[in-house]
Write a protein that binds this ligand. Structure first.
Ligand code: G3P
Ligand code: CA
Length: 246
């Protein structure tokens, strides 16, 4: 039986609208789900909120860019009914609400999303301050496709675990990770081979593999060993693959 950690991608987004408290709480309250991944952006008035797209149209009834709206404006939107009528009225959560919801101290994988890397580091600062305020330093990992943000997070808060999101197979992966001061590598799973997993383990980094939704692919990743965490929209499929009875 596999002892790999299971992270619910955008919350348990196979069962509830992505990046909402419904989806996040489903994962946080399940005894065999180890944590959640979710996406964080800044509002116009600099509140970190949980939403994937830079634009509102796909997952809310709003229009335009997230960053052009205040927190109050975003909270007036419906972030649930695009998924199913039963989720009508679901709100875009704030990061603060997710931190408060994490009563069971599961792993929160906070993905920093920003269209352009901003030299003022407001998103990094706001996120780190909230994590500290809610005493969650040991229960978060910070990831981003914006590798500069990881570089700065590690310099602003070396005790926080962080690592780059990587799509594909870049050259000089070890050198990149060292330069960033990373603790982990979050990799698009089709690029993970047993040899690469072995090398990354020897370099001292853990691995998050995303986004693994097919049971056949889960079975392949289960053979890669405990250093590979499974990030999936369907934790129930993973639990079935690993033979859980819950
Ligand atoms: O954390 C990995 C994954 O979430 C990155 O892709 O587009 O789903 O945020 P995306
Ligand atoms: Ca993400």
């Amino acid at each position: 039986m596999s002892n790999q950690l299971c992270l619910a991608h955008r919350g348990w987004s196979g069962k509830a609208p992505e990046n909402t408290l419904s989806a996040i709480n489903l994962a946080l309250n399940h005894p065999e789900v180890d944590g959640v991944e979710f996406d964080v952006q800044l509002t116009k008035d600099h509140i970190p909120v949980v939403i994937h797209d830079y634009t509102l149209e796909r997952t809310t009834n709003g229009r335009g860019l997230v960053r052009d709206h205040t927190f109050a404006e975003l909270r007036a939107l419906d972030a649930g009914s695009w998924y199913h009528d039963s989720f009508l009225g679901e709100k875009i959560p704030s990061l603060e609400e997710v931190l408060i919801a994490n009563q069971n101290h599961k792993q929160l994988n906070i993905e920093l999303k920003q269209m352009n890397s901003s030299p003022d580091r407001v998103l990094e600062e706001k996120v780190l301050r909230l994590v500290e305020q809610y005493d969650m330093e040991e229960h978060v990992v910070v990831t981003s496709f914006q590798h500069q943000m990881i570089y700065h997070v590690k310099r602003m808060a070396p005790q926080i675990k962080a690592g780059p999101l990587i799509y594909g197979m870049p050259m000089m992966l070890k050198e990149q990770a060292e330069h960033l001061g990373a603790d982990l590598l979050s990799l698009c799973y089709p690029y993970l081979t047993p040899e690469l997993v072995k090398h990354i383990g020897e370099w001292g980094y853990s691995i998050i593999a995303w986004t693994v939704d097919e049971p056949d692919h889960m079975r392949m990743l289960a053979h890669l060993g405990p250093s590979v965490q499974i990030c999936t929209n369907h934790p129930d499929r993973w639990l079935e693959v690993k033979g859980s009875t819950i």
